[in-house]
Write a protein that binds this ligand. Structure first.
Ligand SMILES: Cc1cc2nc3c(=O)[nH]c(=O)nc-3n(C[C@H](O)[C@H](O)[C@H](O)COP(=O)(O)O)c2cc1C
Length: 163
């Protein structure tokens, strides 16, 4: 057993990074219609009936407030090889993130990333406070599964899930 010490932020981040995840881009539209999006690996399934998922969004993110107000949002589950898209949607400035990225509009009018492994169209269900993040629970109203290999993220690096 390793040391059980008082929490140090760097160590906390390091330990959280040891948990492998997929990578998503969460997207919606500003009230005036412009698309916005950010890279998110805190995506988790919550409930089958009703169909619920959650994402945790940093209160400091430039798109945080718009996402809290959005009438719908989309989750694109990125494919292996889409790490440039993940990096782009995690890098400031947020303006122009959709330029040179292949995207389309889903049935709810939200932008989704073409070439993703799967997509979920969501409507807001509940928003819970979660420290410096907001826990956004969405009700899934439509899904699409392209069946490709997902992009993986572990200890700050993008990769693939091996069989
Ligand atoms: C792999 C990866 C996963 C991330 N996951 C999250 C997340 O779950 N929640 C979050 O708020 N930010 C997450 N980020 C950071 C945001 O993508 C980043 O801060 C982004 O610039 C925020 O965009 P905005 O300020 O335009 O809203 C992640 C970044 C990377 C590279």
């Amino acid at each position: 057993m390793g040391e059980v010490g008082l929490m140090d932020e760097g160590r906390f981040r390091e330990v959280l990074g040891s948990y492998p995840t997929g990578v998503t881009v969460v997207t919606a539209r500003y009230p005036e219609g412009d698309p916005f999006g950010l890279t998110v690996n805190s995506f988790t399934s919550v409930s089958l009936d009703p169909p619920l998922v959650l994402v945790c969004v940093n209160a400091d993110a430039s798109s945080h407030d718009a996402l809290m107000e959005a009438g719908s949002f989309a989750v694109s589950i990125l494919s292996r090889g889409q790490d440039p898209v993940a990096t782009r949607f995690a890098t400031q400035p947020s303006e122009g993130r959709f330029e040179d990225v292949d995207w389309e509009e889903n049935a709810l009018g939200d932008p989704v990333i073409r070439g993703a492994a799967a997509w979920l169209a969501c409507q807001p269900h509940r928003i819970h406070p979660g420290g410096d993040h907001s826990i956004v629970v969405g009700e899934v109203v439509a899904v699409e599964d392209a069946g490709g290999e997902p992009l993986a993220y572990h200890r700050g690096r993008f990769g693939a899930f091996l069989p």
